[in-house]
Write a protein that binds this ligand. Structure first.
Ligand code: DX5
Ligand code: ZN
Length: 209
């Protein structure tokens, strides 16, 4: 599995330092949560932060766009340093345009669905994307509780997509429930509050499988 720590819960005053700790402890990806105050109630950060941290690490930048009409900004996020871009099916009427934009720059294409969105909403795009991000909390905030019913969705997707396909799970993961998500079929695990705490290295090591 790949661990993708979410910087949403990091201390932004010493962000580069905290990212380095996660990297040195073995995390390969960095999950970057972009929120616009429209698609989700919360606002986080965007291009300037991504550009700044790009100088300090070669980790894979896993950019999760929780924004309306993501097609408007995908190119800018790629130019800021994204290695992969994931958009929400609920946020756009032009999923194919999003896929093509990300593909054009040879970046990893991710499609995401909220806990209450049925897999049927993304089914027709599955052959065109590299990764499905299954939300295990309502997007918007770190530190929420894992919605266990999404395990069914993960299991269904794993069965359908085969053993190598990238299935990422995001929200409410900790050292106690990570194995249930992995057993359901997730192979990329996002963790925010469970990593960016007083013991980043120890927390990363405790989540690696
Ligand atoms: C939620 C974000 C998540 C979140 C994860 O909207 O997409 O990535 O930061 O944080 P935890 O692990 O604390 O649930
Ligand atoms: Zn996320």
């Amino acid at each position: 599995m790949i661990l993708s720590p979410s910087i949403l819960s990091a201390d932004f005053g010493i962000l580069a330092e905290q990212i380095k700790k996660a990297e040195n402890a073995g995390a390969e990806w960095l999950h970057i949560d972009v929120m616009d105050g429209h698609f989700v109630p919360n606002i986080s950060f965007a291009m300037p932060v991504i550009k700044s941290i790009r100088k300090y690490t070669d980790m894979f930048f896993d950019v999760h766009l929780m924004i309306d009409k993501p097609e408007r900004y995908i190119e800018e996020f790629i130019k800021s340093g994204a290695d992969g871009v994931t958009f929400h099916i609920e946020a756009t009427e032009k999923p194919r345009e999003c896929i093509e934009l990300i593909r054009k720059y040879n970046k990893l294409v991710g499609i995401s669905l909220n806990p209450n969105t049925d897999v049927s909403a993304i089914e027709e795009y599955l052959s065109e994307v590299d990764m499905v991000l299954v939300m295990s909390v309502e997007p918007g905030y770190g530190g929420q509780k894992y919605i266990t019913s999404v395990n069914e969705k993960i299991r269904y997707l794993r069965n359908k997509l085969g053993e190598d396909f990238k299935i990422e799970v995001d929200g409410g993961i900790n050292a106690y429930n990570i194995d249930t998500a992995i057993n359901a079929g997730a192979n990329i695990i996002v963790a925010g509050t469970a990593v960016f705490n007083d013991d980043i290295e120890g927390s990363v090591k405790g989540l690696m499988r």
